[in-house]
Design a protein around this ligand. Sequence first.
Ligand code: NAD
Length: 252
Amino acid sequence: MQLSNRVAFVTGAGSGIGRAGAFAMAVQGARVVVSDLDGQAARAVADAILAAGGQAEALALDVTDDDALAAAITGAAAWHGRLDVLHSHAGIQIPGTLEQVTAAQMDASWALNVRSHFVAAQAAMSVMKPQGSGSIILTASNSGVQYDREMIAYCTTKHAVIAMAKQIAVDYARYGVRCNALCPGFVDTRFNAGFEVQMGGRAGLESYIAGSIPMQRFGTADEIAQSIVYLASDQSSFMTGHALVIDGAESL
Ligand SMILES: NC(=O)c1ccc[n+]([C@@H]2O[C@H](COP(=O)([O-])OP(=O)(O)OC[C@H]3O[C@@H](n4cnc5c(N)ncnc54)[C@H](O)[C@@H]3O)[C@@H](O)[C@H]2O)c1
């Protein structure tokens, strides 16, 4: 197993890609702290991992609460005696152009898509640097390597988190801590509800997917989960500061 005796902390793990990644890491032997704003959803994911013979615990956690986020990560590390993987995943998509998005909505996007990754990575680093090892995965998006139509808050913040991952990578490689950005394309989760509205409904979204993605389909959360295991494990031991794009060639 790729992650035996490793401890992983995941935010936004109650649904979608975060849930699939938490499950996939547990299948590879990791002890996974499943955190989510929705404590019941986190509990359900942890219970499913336990039922499948894995190791997990659940935590209700709002990543926009700096103190709670940092305390949850350092507390989990103290409880388990180590922290090997941080997958900082929770994010928000507020659609709109420069004239449509309010400053308050830009702040909300920044708080979740950039600031929470900073606070989480800082807390994880306080454990990983003295430990001399660790893998930090920050969820960005392929919207961090391209420019979507009418998505100023999302594209700006997703570009920023890739820059943050690269900066952490160059500063902490010497301490044995890697940091990479996970950049999924369209994955069929409830996360795309806002874009679906922009597209005029489900049929509009599906027609957009078929027409704009060379593979002509959504990715699945399980397909992204395999990349999470890859970044979390020693399979990617010489990879740091990378923006791993998994998007059916949409961004090309
Ligand atoms: N689904 C996609 O197509 C797609 C594509 C590219 C990037 N992403 C990125 O993946 C992440 C989420 O996508 P998903 O498909 O897993 O979504 P999802 O909606 O299935 O799950 C998101 C989870 O995050 C939790 N969450 C929301 N706000 C939170 C907060 N303040 N604190 C803690 N948890 C919170 C929700 O409760 C939910 O369980 C985002 O960062 C998003 O930008 C998604």
